[in-house]
Design a protein around this ligand. Structure first.
Ligand SMILES: [Cu+2]
Length: 174
């Protein structure tokens, strides 16, 4: 019973700041950003079965750390390198500072290459997976991801041409 109460409290505490931000930026009502945020936040558990070499969707109630990430039209992620400990559940709090859509997709280098190839073949394809967040200009959203294996992984923007232009980052899991 006590454990359950603590869990509920934690969930509320973690969710509140994100909700406040989401509410603050859409004066025109619930926009796409809110939907994106939900997509990212419900990464864990709900969908399941999204194993990746880089880990798995995280449980928002078990986030150990929040890492803010900015995306911009210079085709860069800031920061472009993130270091985590194996077992950590990270909430990437992503904001698109640009004037065009960008996305952040987490995976192994091989998975990202494969995914990028698919995006080239099917431009404009819309998808929502727990390892990614697609953001319109000015929007923000989250990815909750558990890195359960040590190794070198990556993140990239797979809008055609962006990764090639350098929109990639590294994740070192130790
Ligand atoms: Cu991009």
């Amino acid at each position: 019973m006590i454990t359950r109460t603590i869990k509920l409290l934690l969930t509320a505490t973690l969710a509140a700041p994100l909700m406040a931000l989401a509410a603050g930026e859409h004066s025109g009502g619930h926009g796409k950003g809110m939907a994106d945020m939900h997509k990212g936040m419900q990464g864990g558990g709900v969908m399941g079965g999204h194993e990746s070499a880089a880990g798995k969707p995280g449980d928002p109630a078990k986030v150990t750390r929040t890492v803010p990430v900015e995306m911009d039209d210079n085709m860069r992620f800031t920061p472009s390198e993130v270091s985590v400990k194996a077992g950590e559940t990270i909430r990437f709090f992503v904001v698109n500072k640009g004037k065009i859509p960008h996305e952040m997709v987490i995976g192994s280098t091989a998975e990202l290459d494969e995914h990028a190839e698919m995006m080239r073949k099917m431009p404009g394809m819309k998808h929502a997976e727990p390892n990614q967040i697609n953001l319109e200009p000015g929007k923000r959203g989250g990815i909750v991801w558990t890195f359960d294996k040590a190794g070198s992984f990556a993140f990239a923007c797979l809008v055609p041409g962006h990764k090639e232009a350098g929109m990639v980052g590294k994740i070192a899991v130790n």
